[in-house]
Design a protein. Sequence first.
Length: 331
Amino acid sequence: MHVLLVKMSSLGDVVHTLPALTDAAANVPGIRFDWVVEEAFAEIPAWHPAVDKVIPIALRRWRKHPLRDFTGPEWRDCRNQLRRSHYDAVIDAQGLLKSALVSRLVKAPVYGMDKHSARERLASAAYHHKIPVARDMHAVERTRTLFARALNYRLPASRGDYGVRDNLVRGKTTHTRGLLFFHGTARAEKLWPEDHWIELARLAGAADYPVWLPWGSEVEKARAERIAEGCESASVLPRLDLMGMAGLLLEVDGAVAVDTGLGHLAAALDVPTVSLYGPTSTRLVGAYGKNQVHIQSRLGADDTSDPLAMMSSITPGQVWSELQPLVAGGG
């Protein structure tokens, strides 16, 4: 089978889709995938051995100037790539109107979640095959279920395998003592206070673990610099692409993350990680995989009256007590 997968964004959502590809490759002999993905995340699908071709799309950028860009050469090239290839099926694993519209550019049966399961109910109207998937499952398991029902195989009972670590390791043996702190996230209510990061960096430094602070925007860079100024064991990294970040993750001892895509990338690579959650639920979107510890705010994900207080209630000492044995034991 030759299947087109539509899962464009965000980083965490893209990472969450990888175990479903591993399931499909193990259960459908010879199956191959092409993957439509936002240009910012186009590195990731190519890491999976079941993916033949990555088709970048730039809806986030194009929608800023829709009249110009949706009649321009980039859009035409993307559309033509989709129409030139023959596919036996299309799976929309995103469940949004925009992904449903992209799915219908291809002349093939389109599979997606039904109106009770999709993130946007109207998206299901575009699908030829509407598949029920329970909403109260982890995001990884929802996508695995969608693939199993669309491609007609029994969902494996074992934990999902992202299927990308071996491709990235390739004999890599370099070890850099230290920890990565993923302090940035798209939503302000998911941020952990800067003074908490500084205190945690001091605890790590006292145990001889240097701390590395990545960033992806000027706002995140400024935050990283403030944290580094508060602790001599912390350093701000240069800006890295996703391959560079994956390579560094495979070298360090472990990571700490708020609810952010890079935390899910760490999980995909089996990196020992403690992830912090306030207004989002670990049961539905917690970092999924080996060597993962979740700390949910004691105020609970359902108490949204003061999201900032939720994150503040997680203390540096609490995080360090979970992190230290995790990294000391190599996971």
